[in-house]
Design a protein around this ligand. Structure first.
Ligand code: SF4
Length: 414
């Protein structure tokens, strides 16, 4: 086979990295990266967008070091039995590419993952070496996100954290049974063991930083993970339960949900169809409810339907409110912040504004309307000075009235 030049390798290894959602913001439109054509494509040459720890949206070069892999995860296009074109960057090549893109102002950092070559330790060494070249040889101050390999020696994972701003370890599937079936070379206990090690190292580095000004940083952007949705039989209730346990146990910054997408040359054990993308969106919304709206995982699970999945036609917050109508209406002039956050259509910003405004005056329906995108969604669930919904929350057709029209996009935050 003729040797590949850098551009050909980039084409292969950027395309192979696009299945990993754990550096990206959710909800961006799908763009075909094949051929890297067009202006403004987020993936064409391996550039994706992510949020830095300080909240800035940054562009990252998102590549694999190699798509060769000795593992055979059924859902992965790079598995050893897959018939794809393979390529491999040396650490020096990956570092040079990052620097070239950085100097041209295309990117502000690197997201580096890899298939497993030779062994987990060898691969992790290569990834750490890439980050080392950038940080030590070139004093690279940009953002680095390293995907670490749970089977690698913990010392190598530790070194990765010393160079990276964020590290991530994918749990891959929501249940241990799913992992055993679809990723037979991986081990749930090993994955969680590695996440536990990273959590301890982050905590230790923070403590040392308080005591010693020059203590080394360790993954100051924390750790994240990714779960594939729809490749196995796990329900949304299973996924929410797993995500909440991961947040609690390992203090993760983010859990990313990636709707399984049928890959070329797919394994026969996988479903033929991808789950609706809306399912992934509903999971992000439920994640949001747990992280910013004070919902317990148990409450999010209460919003699921008989099959354990969140409804697709309405968001989980509205689904919960419709199931627990006895908790409404909520008086916007008296209710606690916690209860106001339960009102469908009221986001965190609107609730903060309501609380600030009601210190000075008694709010009317119009005042609330000015703070929301759709007062129609809010109205059945609130009481204001001039508004009381009477029997509205008892209506059997309330769900149909409030469900967005099929083609209409929803705002994420409400
Ligand atoms: S370890 Fe599994 S998921 Fe990762 S590249 Fe190899 S086959 Fe794909």
């Amino acid at each position: 086979m003729p040797a590949l030049d850098t551009l050909q390798k980039l084409e292969i290894l950027a395309d192979a990295a696009k299945y990993d959602a754990s550096c990206a913001s959710s909800g961006t439109s799908k763009r075909n990266s094949t051929g890297g054509k067009g202006i403004g494509s987020t993936e064409g040459m391996g550039i994706c967008h992510a949020y830095a720890p300080d909240g800035r949206c940054i562009s990252l070069l998102k590549i694999l070091l190699t798509n060769h892999c000795i593992f055979d995860c059924h859902y992965c296009v790079n598995r050893k039995s897959s018939n794809v074109r393979r390529a491999r960057f040396t650490p020096q090549e990956a570092a040079d590419l990052t620097l070239t893109f950085y100097r041209r102002n295309y990117i502000e950092g690197l997201f580096l993952s890899s298939g497993i070559i030779k062994s987990s330790n060898h691969t992790m060494e290569q990834m750490v070496e890439t980050a080392r070249i950038l940080r030590e040889d070139h004093d690279f101050r940009g953002y680095i996100h390293l995907k670490t390999i749970p089977e690698a020696d913990p010392e190598l994972v530790h070194q990765a954290g010393l160079y990276a701003d964020r590290v991530s370890i994918n749990v891959e599937l929501p249940t241990d049974a799913g992992l055993t079936r679809l990723a037979p070379d991986k081990n749930a206990a090993q994955i969680e063991g590695a996440m536990g090690g990273v959590k301890m190292a982050i905590r230790q580095a923070k403590d040392e930083k308080k005591r010693f000004k020059h203590a080394p940083r360790f993954a100051p952007g924390g750790q994240s993970t990714q779960m594939i949705v729809g490749a196995d039989a796990a329900s949304d209730a299973d996924i929410v339960g797993k995500a909440s346990r991961l947040y609690d146990s390992f203090k993760l910054r983010r859990v990313y949900y990636s709707a399984f997408s049928p890959i070329p040359d797919a394994s026969a054990v996988l479903p033929l169809k991808r789950p609706p993308l809306m399912r992934e969106h509903r999971l992000y919304q439920s994640d949001w409810l747990m992280r910013f709206y004070g919902y317990a995982p148990r409450e999010v699970m209460q919003a699921t339907e008989a099959d354990g999945n969140l409804p697709l036609d309405i968001d989980p917050k509205l689904a919960w409110a419709l199931k627990f109508r006895e908790s409404f209406p909520v008086d916007v002039n008296r209710a606690s912040r916690e209860m106001l956050l339960r009102v469908p259509g009221l986001g965190v910003k609107a609730v903060n504004q309501i609380i600030a405004s009601r210190r000075h005056r008694t709010l009317r329906l119009d005042d609330v309307a000015k703070l929301t995108v759709s007062i129609t969604k809010v109205r059945p669930f609130i009481v204001a000075l001039d508004w009381r919904p009477l029997t509205l929350t008892d209506r059997t057709d309330l769900r149909a009235m409030l469900a967005p029209k099929q083609e209409q996009l929803e705002l994420f935050a409400a």
